[in-house]
Design a protein around this ligand. Structure first.
Ligand SMILES: Cc1cc2nc3c(=O)[nH]c(=O)nc-3n(C[C@H](O)[C@H](O)[C@H](O)COP(=O)(O)OP(=O)(O)OC[C@H]3O[C@@H](n4cnc5c(N)ncnc54)[C@H](O)[C@@H]3O)c2cc1C
Length: 442
């Protein structure tokens, strides 16, 4: 069952007399647990035409590098294999994604796509809807609770979104049903072969300054990690998640970012476990607060998008002497006086990940040790999006904004931070063995 709140018509009208239904796969790069794919399959079956699944490989994608491209391509390879098992092809074209969709829409009855929340991805969909001559329908499958159903406005904080999401959870915690008897459309030349992701990264001439991360992309790796997490770590998550040495966090964020894994699948598996409350708080409430922020705050990726009280207090303390002062290059080189900070930055650069608790410290210290809060914001967002495998996600913008006070409340006034929440090394040491972490990542 696909709840109607997940479905939004971007371009209305009756289906054309085309050769196929086109599913433009963009945000949900997976053959499993994919609302948009199943919706497209249902429509194809209803119209008695085959289904074509298309992905546009945009090689000029903002802030992309070899690390992010490899992960993306590994996901495409798995999606292709998963679709093949159902008799469907994945057509990958070397085009700016909406342009390829427009081209293929000319022979389609209608176009179905999935939903994304960042500005340029929304614009891609709007551009297609404006120019296509057939109906375009968007199906939301990367939020457990559809974002506009949970709330119609920018939420203040997790505490204001939480009751709204919790009230609706039951309705949406329903597995996606696979549509049987769908035929694949076979009349298109497959332009890009995704069998060899590493070779393809080389051939595409992607920026190699950031090499592969520690995780392998794709739904196979994602589902394996999910089941290992639920079996081995979920029971310890609540107690130990703030210890980066314990390694009990799920490490699912990159798979969620690329759409290799459905958040609904994760929620369903976790929900069945007795110790799932704090994990579901992160996965559903916090993650969907980020979707809400990007959907409803037009300045989600700008310093000016921070709450007024936070900008005012940071402004008031803008001239405070900094205990240490670093520019972006020094941060990026992990060359500060602070071994814990440098270790965290190294972990990010080498692997593409960092535990949440270290990310808080890492972010707060960039605020404390930069010449201005504006410079700190720019430094943090650019390091975040260059190195993290889960970077360039709604969570990236929302959590960087959180470092500067967004979705938080004022705390006691301090130098540099004003009333924005601060972080200290003492705080880290009270929670876990910082020296062991430093030894590992220095
Ligand atoms: C400064 C800073 C920058 C961050 N940048 C990113 C980023 O670029 N991309 C990203 O996905 N997350 C980011 N986070 C949020 C969080 O740190 C990561 O989502 C988490 O560490 C990912 O690891 P995990 O999958 O093991 O998380 P788990 O602890 O296992 O949590 C499960 C899932 O819940 C969601 N989640 C967890 N924590 C948060 C949170 N604070 N906000 C929203 N959703 C959350 C993620 O989807 C995560 O995969 C950032 C946090 C901070 C403080």
């Amino acid at each position: 069952m696909i709840q109607e709140e997940r479905v939004r018509v971007l371009r209305p009208g009756p289906p054309a007399r085309g050769r196929y239904v086109l599913y433009w796969m963009q945000a949900s790069v997976r053959a499993e647990d994919n609302h948009a794919l199943e919706y497209a399959a249902l429509r194809a079956r209803e119209l008695g035409v085959p289904l074509m699944v298309y992905f546009g490989l945009t090689t000029t994608y903002p802030e992309a590098n070899a690390r992010s491209f490899l992960f993306l391509l590994e996901g495409l390879r798995d999606a292709r294999d998963g679709l093949r098992a159902r008799g469907l092809d994945l057509v990958v074209l070397d085009r700016e994604a909406p342009e390829g969709a427009l081209e293929l829409s000319r022979e389609a009855c209608l176009v179905v796509t999935d939903r994304a929340y960042l500005r340029h991805l929304r614009e891609w969909r709007a551009r297609l809807a404006e120019r296509a001559e057939v109906p375009v329908v968007q199906v939301e499958g990367d939020a457990v609770v559809p974002v506009d159903t949970a709330s119609g406005k920018q939420e203040w904080a997790a505490r204001t979104l939480r009751p709204k999401v919790q009230r609706l959870m039951e309705r949406y915690l329903v597995p996606v049903e696979v549509t049987p008897d769908v035929t694949g459309y076979t009349g298109v030349t497959l332009e890009v072969d995704v069998s060899d992701p590493e070779g393809l990264v080389e051939r595409l001439g992607t920026d190699t300054s950031v090499g592969p991360g520690a995780e392998r992309g794709g739904s196979r790796a994602a589902l394996a990690r999910l089941s290992a997490f639920v079996d081995e770590h979920l029971g310890r998550y609540d107690r130990e998640r703030n210890d980066p040495n314990a390694g009990v966090a799920s490490r699912l964020s990159a798979y969620l970012h690329y759409g290799h894994l459905s958040p609904l699948r994760v929620a369903l598996e976790a929900h069945a476990h007795p110790a799932s409350a704090s994990f579901l708080e992160e996965l559903v409430v916090r993650r969907e607060l980020s979707l809400n922020f990007c959907e409803f705050n037009p300045l989600y990726d700008r310093y000016e998008g921070l709450p007024r009280w936070a900008r005012e207090t940071l402004e008031k303390h803008a001239a405070d002497p900094r205990p240490h002062l670093y520019d972006r290059a020094t941060f990026e080189a992990s060359d500060t006086h602070d071994a814990a900070w440098n270790a965290a930055n190294n972990e990010m650069k080498r692997t593409g990940r960092m535990a949440n608790y270290m990310r808080i410290y890492w972010g707060k210290k960039v605020l404390e040790w930069s010449a201005s809060p504006q410079e700190a914001y720019a430094t943090l967002l650019s390091l975040n999006n260059k190195y993290f495998l889960d970077g360039r996600n709604p969570n990236s913008y929302t959590n960087v904004a959180w470092v500067f006070g967004s979705h938080d409340r004022p705390w006691g006034e301090r130098p540099v931070y004003g009333t924005v929440r601060s972080a200290s090394e003492g705080g880290l040491r009270r929670k876990f063995d910082v020296d062991a972490y430093v030894r590992r990542w220095t």
